[in-house]
Design a protein. Structure first.
Lengths: 184, 204
């Protein structure tokens, strides 16, 4: 006897197989608090599963997944930011500021930094970004090209390319050999 | 120890990090869906109960007080409660509560959520406060009229007037504060919408 397969469930399983880890990284990048992060991750999974009821194939599965996940994250942040006064900044403001050195691990010496320290600093920088710039840098870090980032975010690919150029400059400047340029 | 001399190496570090990827089973998702439906149901029930309490209270006043002004004021307040609840139900649902967590681009989604919230806050006077004004005003005037018609009231005109002035003043102040706070927050949201529009303008 053949069991009935639900396309919505199948799409969700395929999506999680391919992008489950990316969603977890995305949740960590959007939410610093561990408990809230778990809630956000579940919200993303739930939003994704629900969205597949109306998936029509007009865009790629990857674009759809990132759009739904980032939109769920934006909603989450907008809800949780009510009552919080922390100012979010743009990539350009990060680029212009010289305070990133303070985000580096205090125990850094001239040696290279372990991956976890680099990731901690990256997350610290990302947590300060406004939603759209955060989306751009996260998609870039996931290896999504400028045109596809434009498709996900709604920004033009030229604009995204400019943003990516700045992101690369920040990464090279701040993370080159563990950011040792900040030290005398 | 590693050194990271190019963004591509950082991309590798990013993509290879260990994360506790979760996969919710379809049964868990269906349970979550039912839970959301129950949450919406109880939210609606709470709103309906709050409205029922208001309607019951002013319905009681309608039958208890016999003067035309108090009856009209009570009736209009009941209408105001129902109208506000209707507006709350119509305007209050976030996109995340429905199936609209859709495939719109992040920019469009973010902007539409900000616009929705701004509209809700900027029009709080029309949909949340104004419906109560006619009924409550008439009710207060009716109360003043009733109080003044009581035996011995003529000798206490000054204190009665002062008492009602204080009550009316406090009510007006509460309305004003709610209105101003919502206007201020709507202004903050408008700034964020303007920033998005400027970004879209640059991007276009």
């Amino acid at each position: 006897m053949q069991s009935t397969r639900n396309p919505q469930d199948d799409l969700y399983r395929d999506a999680i197989d391919a992008y489950g880890a990316a969603l977890s990284r995305l949740a960590r990048a959007w939410e610093a608090d561990l408990d809230a992060r778990q809630d956000l991750l579940q919200e993303m999974h739930f939003a994704l599963w629900r969205s597949f009821a109306t998936f029509d194939g007009r865009c790629s599965l990857r674009t759809w997944i990132y759009r739904v996940a980032h939109n769920a994250a934006t909603s989450h942040v907008m809800r949780s930011r009510r009552g919080k006064s922390r100012t979010l900044v743009s990539i350009e403001e990060i680029e212009e500021s010289r305070e990133m050195g303070s985000l580096a691990a205090k125990s850094d010496t001239n040696q290279s930094i372990e991956q976890t320290q680099i990731l901690d600093r990256l997350y610290a920088m990302i947590h300060r970004l406004n939603p759209l710039d955060r989306q751009v840098i996260l998609l870039y870090l996931e290896g999504v090209d400028a045109a596809s980032i434009g498709e996900v975010t709604g920004l033009s690919s030229g604009y995204v390319a400019t943003k990516i150029h700045r992101i690369k400059a920040i990464l090279i400047e701040r993370f080159h050999n563990g950011g040792n340029h900040d030290q005398p | 120890m590693t050194s990271h001399n190019s963004p591509n190496e950082l991309l590798n570090v990013w993509q290879s990090q260990k994360v506790g990827a979760i996969a919710m089973s379809v049964d868990e998702l269906r349970r979550a869906s039912n839970k959301l439906a129950r949450r919406v149901f109880w939210r609606n029930t709470r709103e309906a109960m709050a409205a029922a309490i208001g309607v019951a209270a002013y319905g009681y006043y309608f039958y208890e007080f016999r003067t035309p002004l108090l009856r009209l004021g009570s009736g209009l307040t009941v209408v105001g409660v129902l109208l506000t609840m209707f507006n709350l139900h119509r305007k209050g649902s976030a996109a995340s509560m429905g199936k609209e967590m859709d495939s719109r681009s992040c920019l469009d989604f973010h902007r539409s959520e900000l616009v929705r919230q701004r509209e809700l806050l900027a029009s709080v006077w029309e949909w949340y406060l104004l419906p109560f004004v006619p009924g409550m005003s008439l009710f207060m005037v009716g109360l003043i009229q009733l109080t003044l018609s009581q035996p011995g009231a003529a000798s206490r005109h000054g204190s009665i007037a002062l008492g009602f002035a204080v009550v009316c003043g406090l009510m007006a102040a509460a309305f004003l504060i709610v209105w101003k706070l919502n206007k201020w927050e709507a202004g903050n949201l408008q700034k964020r919408i303007d920033e998005l529009d400027a970004m879209k303008g640059q991007a276009g």
